[in-house]
Design a protein around this ligand. Structure first.
Ligand code: PEP
Length: 250
C-alpha cells in the first residue's frame, strides 16, 4: 500500500514574513490531514527559517534544486551536503522550469538525482512532455527518455528511494489540468515501464501528479489508482487551498 504524498513547490516565491504566516496557518490545521505525508520545497535562502518553523511537526521540507557537484569552486551552486545541514528530506530534480528555462539536460538531471541520493536526500524527479510533444503523440517517448537517463546512470534500484512527479509542461502554472484519465494513463505507463525491470519497486513507487492542481480538482485526480498525491505549485502558497488539496489525498 503506497502512502500518499503532497509536496508544495513554492518556486521563487515567499518572504520571511509571508513564509511565517503561511506555515503558522498550515501548522495549526495540519491535524486535519489524515491520509498524506506533506512536504514543502522552498527557495534555498529560506531553508533555515523553514527548518526552524517546521521542526517537530509532521510536515517535511526540501529544496527545489541541487548541484550535481560536491562542494568546491562552483559559484552560485548549492551542494547536497548543504541541504542536509538544514535537515531537508526531499529535493525536486529536473523540474520543467529547470529543464526548459535553464537548459538542464536529461544527463545533468540524472547526475543531480545521483548526488541527492549520495547524501540521502529523496529526489522528487519531475518528468513530462511539452504541448507540442503531446500533440505529436510523443508523450510516452519523452517520459521514457527522461526516466531512462536515471536508470542508465544509477540503475533501476535507485528508483526505490525516490519519488516521481509526472508534470505535463502544458499544465504547469497555466490553469489547464490534465484530465484524471490523461494523468492516470501516463502514471500507468511509468509504473509499467519500471515494472518490466523491477516489479517490486514499481509497486511501491510514489508517482505524483503536478500541473494546476487546485482545491477544486484534487479529489478527482487523487482518486485515480496510480496517482499517489501531487506536486503543487501556485496553490501551495495559499494555506487554506493547500490544506484542502492535502485533505483530498487518499
Ligand atoms: C509545479 O510547480 O510543479 C506545478 C505543478 O505548478 P502549478 O501547480 O502552479 O501548475
Amino acid at each position: 500500500m503506497r502512502q500518499s504524498l503532497v509536496v508544495g513547490n513554492w518556486k521563487m516565491n515567499g518572504s520571511i514574513q509571508s513564509n511565517q504566516s503561511l506555515l503558522d496557518n498550515f501548522k495549526q490545521n495540519i491535524k486535519k490531514v489524515q491520509n498524506a505525508q506533506v512536504s514543502v520545497c522552498a527557495p534555498f535562502v529560506y531553508l533555515q527559517q523553514i527548518s526552524e518553523l517546521l521542526k517537530g511537526t509532521v510536515i517535511a521540507w526540501g529544496a527545489q534544486d541541487i548541484s550535481n557537484q560536491k562542494p568546491g569552486a562552483f559559484t552560485g551552486e548549492v551542494a547536497g551536503s548543504m541541504l542536509v545541514d538544514f535537515n531537508c528530506q526531499y529535493v525536486i530534480i529536473g523540474h520543467s522550469e529547470r529543464r526548459n528555462l535553464y537548459g538542464e539536460s536529461d544527463e545533468l538531471v540524472a547526475e543531480k538525482f545521483a548526488m541527492a541520493q549520495s547524501v540521502k536526500l529523496i529526489p522528487i524527479l519531475c518528468v513530462g512532455e511539452l504541448l507540442e510533444q503531446r500533440e505529436a503523440g510523443e508523450t510516452e517517448n519523452v517520459v521514457k527518455r527522461q526516466l531512462d537517463a536515471i536508470i542508465n546512470l544509477q540503475g533501476v534500484a535507485s528508483l526505490a528511494n525516490s519519488v516521481i512527479a509526472y508534470e505535463p509542461v502544458w499544465a504547469i502554472g497555466t490553469g489547464k489540468t490534465a484530465t484524471p484519465q490523461q494523468a492516470q494513463n501516463v502514471h500507468t505507463f511509468i509504473r509499467s515501464l519500471i515494472a518490466k525491470k523491477e516489479a517490486g519497486i514499481a509497486k511501491q513507487l510514489q508517482i505524483l501528479y503536478g500541473g494546476s492542481v487546485k482545491a477544486n480538482n484534487a479529489v478527482e485526480l487523487f482518486a485515480m489508482p496510480d496517482i499517489d498525491g501531487g506536486l503543487i505549485g501556485g496553490a501551495s502558497l495559499k494555506a487554506d487551498e493547500f490544506l484542502t488539496i492535502c485533505q483530498a489525498a487518499r
